[in-house]
Design a protein around this ligand. Structure first.
Ligand SMILES: NC(=O)C1=CN([C@@H]2O[C@H](COP(=O)(O)OP(=O)(O)OC[C@H]3O[C@@H](n4cnc5c(N)ncnc54)[C@H](OP(=O)(O)O)[C@@H]3O)[C@@H](O)[C@H]2O)C=CC1
Ligand SMILES: CC(C)(CO)C(=O)C(=O)O
Length: 310
């Protein structure tokens, strides 16, 4: 398969390096990472150490590929869709965090859209070098234009975009499965990110501290609000179950500085709109409030505005 990785930062570079073992990969990213990768190849460190030599470019327009893997931050998804629409791609899969990326891609592109999540961890440590910080898995599922995931049994894997994407990942030894209820996974992951990310960022604490002390009750409430909005959207999430999952993730990643804490500490824009912001907005559309998510979104957006990054 010819695979474009649109957004070769931390996650995209890791996936590009892994997929390069079985496919013809093109990274779309920024200099100096792209020029370094072109000159010296791409080095992976951490969980495993290896070198890969994918092609790379800073120009995401006019590209032809069987598959585009979108790994830009959520606020760059619309621009990625605009660039991809100038080329010819057979299918697009988003492995981004947050909600709304698939809708944005579907609005800008004609090809099948596949939703996805991953539990891999990656960090671009220097141009040309990506640290694989945690081995995980990939789950993907077909995205329908009406927003619902496809619950029909997947009988013909050769004609099903999500199954083809999972098979392409597995061909590169990446643990990947096609999940007919991908929306449930996206919302469950959203609950974890909504509980952990803004609180760690604003309180400047590592993940392990979120469910200890004064922030715990607010993290629980943030997750419970996500479950309520998910149910209003037709996805059966249980408040206690998602709060328990968020606590388990916080324990498992106790020493992590969440991506939002890292963004805020570095003075970069965050993914708050696609995490807490979208929860408050969708609650509003359903006629109720998600006050904890609304306040966390306002505080992070307020910081972004003050820092001049939005
Ligand atoms: N890192 C991780 O471990 C994980 C990340 N995720 C999710 O994956 C997504 C990506 O995260 P992450 O890899 O950390 O983010 P990064 O910021 O490291 O990577 C995104 C990269 O895409 C680049 N980019 C954006 N737009 C374009 C464009 N039009 N052309 C070329 N390059 C572009 C960015 O450059 P610039 O910054 O200069 O705009 C950046 O280098 C997020 O939604 C995140 O939540 C999910 C699971 C794990
Ligand atoms: C799961 C968690 C909270 C791990 O740090 C994460 O996804 C993030 O930091 O964005």
């Amino acid at each position: 398969m010819r695979i474009v990785i649109f957004g070769a930062g931390s996650l995209g570079s890791l996936l590009g390096a892994l997929l390069d073992s079985a496919h013809d990969v093109v990274l779309v990213g920024r200099d100096p990472h792209v020029s370094t990768t072109r000159e010296r190849g791409l080095r992976v460190t951490g969980v495993d150490s290896f070198e890969a030599s994918p092609a790379s470019t800073t120009d995401g327009t006019g590209l032809d590929a069987d598959l585009a893997v979108v790994t830009v931050k959520s606020y760059d998804t619309a621009a990625a869709a605009r660039d991809l629409a100038t080329g010819d791609v057979g299918a697009v899969v988003s492995l981004q965090n947050g909600l709304g990326n698939e809708e944005t891609l579907a609005a800008g592109l004609e090809c099948p859209i596949v939703a996805g999540t991953t539990t891999h961890g990656a960090m671009l440590s220097e141009p040309g070098v990506v640290e694989w910080t945690g081995r995980g898995a990939v789950a993907v599922g077909n995205w329908r234009v009406d927003g619902a995931s496809d619950h029909t049994p997947q009988v013909d894997a050769t004609d099903d975009p999500a199954s083809r994407v999972a098979a392409a990942f597995r061909a590169a030894s990446i643990d990947a499965e096609s999940d007919p209820d991908i929306r449930h996974r996206l919302w469950a992951k959203l609950a974890v990110n909504a509980a952990i990310n803004p609180i760690t960022a604003l309180a400047r604490i590592r993940n392990g501290r979120v469910f200890e002390g004064p922030t715990a009750a607010y993290a629980e409430r943030a997750a419970a609000e996500v479950a309520r909005v998910a149910r209003a959207d037709g996805v059966g999430l249980d408040a206690d179950a998602v709060a328990a999952e968020a606590r388990a993730v916080a324990r498992r990643t106790a020493d992590n500085r969440s991506s939002m804490l890292q963004d805020l500490a570095a003075g970069r824009r965050t993914e708050i709109d696609a995490i807490s912001g979208v929860v408050a907005e969708r609650a509003d559309e359903h006629g109720f409030e998600a006050p904890v998510n609304g306040l966390l979104a306002a505080l992070v957006r307020g910081w972004e505005a003050g820092a001049g990054v939005r």
